[in-house]
Ligand binder design. Sequence first.
Ligand code: S3P
Length: 448
Amino acid sequence: MSGHGTPIPMTSHPCGPLVGTAEVPGDKSISHRSLILGAMAVGETKISGLLEGEDVLDTAKAMRALGAEVIDHGGGSWSVHGVGVGGFAEPDQVIDCGNSGTGVRLIMGAVATSPITVTFTGDASLNKRPMARVTDPLALFGTRAVGRSGGRLPMTLVGAADPVPVRYEVPVPSAQVKSAVLLAGLNAPGKTVVIEKEATRDHSERMLAGFGAEITVEDTDEGRVITLTGRPELKPQVIAVPRDPSSAAFPVCAALITPGSDVLVPGIGLNPTRAGLFTTLREMGADLTYENEREEGGEPVADLRARYSPNMKGITVPPERAASMIDEYPVLSVVAANATGKTMMGGVKELRVKESDRIDAMARGLRANGVTVEEGEDWWAVEGLGIDGVPGGGTCESFLDHRIAMSFLVLGMGAQKPVSVDDGGPIATSFPVFEPLMAGLGAKLERA
Ligand code: S3P
């Protein structure tokens, strides 16, 4: 499956119980960062459980193009021989980050303070997305960027030969922007300070500390103040990537709305900056439990158990929770359609600049399947039809967005009639085993 290739139409038929164990792939955010930080360390970083989705494979290729040795040992086991902070070589080809906003923005940060020139491109979705949010702060280090109108890819970055450290208050809640500035700060002398008003996923901070960088995080009246001391020698790590909560969301939500289901999703990362969906589902009345809670590789982890939940109620999702579940609103809206009453989701303007405009994409597809959706610039609301109340029968556009495609396929599992998507290809970017995994639980997915 490829988001760049021929569209793959798919249909999800209403199905019987989903039962069994769903071993979802490694965390996408941590996988990108493992490769990038591994490439900036001196020596060999060993990674197990790497997500082998197209997004992360594109980042692996990019690290090779920048001079790191990246080896695939099979079965999710990889190693990276890093070139050290400031050691990237100028690539002789354009770096193609495919569908991945995280890949391109983090790599832009990583190369921004090296004296090399790098040109980036992506697929039709990525080439529409805003890059100024990253190139603006990178300019403060002395990096120059020339792209298409609206700050869009393809874009060339001329790294700062003589970078200066920066102090930057991130204007949008974005872990990608925060991380790009921190990665750039690695090769600037002195202290780079990033301030975020709302906490976003903190994998970069945790992993930078793990790789031996001097980094502090303080909660102040200004917000979260992150201070990184530049020019460390990063030490190679042994990393076991936890399974991705954003991928776990799909079998979990499917189980909640499909009669008789009981699904165990083991080993899921439950970093509080990522786990907002699960809190929200429990508030709605989902039968979702955490079993065997533990810590693995510096991240809290648990086995999730999701059972059919016919009595869920719509709620108002607190806007301050948005950053901790930003990728999960599409599939939450599917659960909301199967609850009783309205689910209100506010403070979610960022959804409009993801792989697609996710509010628009979900609203169109839900309406095509008989669900009422209201929307504004930074909010949307779904009118629940109760369990088994979604008519289905519609075809939805996935807009080159993996999470939109998977959300509509989940919708079909609990609907009265099948739900189709025009293109399931993008699913391979983050969850390449989605189809066999869901079929193994009892889902009826068909390519057509
Ligand atoms: C990510 C951050 C989020 C998220 C994306 C992964 C990351 O984007 O949507 O899937 O790994 O840093 P923003 O930081 O732009 O919100």
